[in-house]
Design a protein around this ligand. Structure first.
Ligand code: SF4
Length: 359
């Protein structure tokens, strides 16, 4: 359970019914669940309800509150149905959340942030350039989904992907807490099988996710199957190299039975050669032989990072279409299933790797 910094009150949208029951002396589980359901319907927990005992409500109100993230900007893409939200925390930081439309009309996935900034410094990522300010609290992660949900007037939230600002495995206590709330029927009621946690590669977090959230999918941001290229793009590789990350991912498969999603952001002249594709295919085939699962490789076109006020030029460029196609064909020829991420929302800097670019 998480609480807002400096407060001993329980943020009601950051706990499950069971966690609320455990925190409030004498509270019955049915009352706890009904109060949580009320909060997630955006009703005040103080609003009377014949289904909730008055003494239970008063006990909860004395110990809790419903904090908010301030919506400071909502930018709708003019070319697709992406929406990016900028949300201000109580201590003045801005985090970003993206509503991603699925191919099925009226279904959306929410890309949530788990930290303000990120310490891992992947060179192709706007958030990585910010450094880490702090972890988000459980309620601050859940609240991002609630903000998006309020804007969905027809349709529904199908799933959540932890691929916004921050490395979720570096804030795993709160991320796991948020997953519990998101998937609880009396709270957000999102099927845990439609939640994906993406990591740059923290093996201990991968193992813990498998045990504590076995229905949740794992996403791996690999950058390259070539060791020296991956290391040049992702500083975390010096602490946990590809071998170690894929060993943990294989253990994740053994516990959950779920094939992980692998993602590669293609950078022109850096990781988009035929040799890069072959090296990646070799890793996929070795993983398949070891686990019996065939990871799908999501190829993400690079989205330019806006040049900062300090005048840093973007060191990377998007791989041309023909080169990207050759990369994917090379993988396919070796039996590796690939998928191109439609990386929409780039006109509002909501595309992959762009979060924080304009905050
Ligand atoms: S890609 Fe993910 S882990 Fe890497 S710097 Fe960006 S937010 Fe952090």
């Amino acid at each position: 359970m998480s609480e807002a910094a400096g407060s001993s009150l329980i943020p009601l949208q950051g706990v499950t019914g069971e966690e609320l029951r455990a925190a409030v002396c004498g509270l019955a589980i049915e009352d706890a669940r009904r109060i949580i359901a009320q909060v997630h319907r955006d009703e005040s927990p103080a609003a009377p309800s014949s289904a909730i005992r008055r003494s239970a409500r008063e006990a909860v109100l004395a110990r809790s509150y419903v904090p908010k993230l301030e919506l400071v900007a909502e930018r709708k893409s003019s070319v697709d149905a992406f929406v990016k939200y900028a949300l201000r925390t109580h201590d003045g930081h801005v985090v970003e959340t993206v509503r991603i439309p699925l191919e099925v009309p009226g279904r959306f996935v929410v890309c949530v942030s788990s930290q303000v900034g990120c310490a891992l410094g992947c060179t192709f990522c706007a958030t990585g350039r910010m450094g880490l300010t702090r972890n988000l609290e459980t309620w601050e992660i859940v609240e991002q989904v609630r903000v998006v949900k309020r804007g969905v007037t027809s349709g529904r939230i199908h799933g959540v992907v932890f691929q916004g600002m921050g490395e979720p495995m570096a804030n795993l206590d709160r991320v796991l807490g948020a997953i519990r709330v998101m998937s609880e029927p009396s709270a957000l009621a999102i099927d845990a099988r439609n939640i994906t946690v993406c990591t740059a590669g923290l093996p201990s977090g991968i193992r813990r996710l498998a045990v504590e959230a076995p229905k949740v999918r794992l996403g791996l941001s690999l950058a390259s199957g070539r060791r020296e290229v991956r290391r040049s793009l992702m500083p975390i590789d010096r602490a946990h190299d590809l071998r170690e990350v894929l060993t943990a991912a294989a253990e994740h498969v053994a516990v959950t039975g779920l094939a992980p999603m692998w993602a590669v952001t293609l950078l022109h002249g850096v990781n988009d050669t035929v040799d890069d594709a072959r090296a990646l295919a070799d890793e996929v085939l070795a993983f398949r032989a070891k686990t019996g699962k065939n990871p799908r490789v999501t190829v993400i076109p690079y989205n330019a990072i806006e040049v900062g006020a300090e005048g840093q030029a973007d060191p990377f460029a998007r791989s041309p279409d023909a080169r990207e196609q050759t990369f994917r064909d090379t993988l396919s020829e070796r039996g590796v299933f690939t998928h191109k991420r439609y990386s929409g929302g780039s006109d509002v800097a909501a595309a992959c790797g762009q979060l924080a670019a304009r905050s």
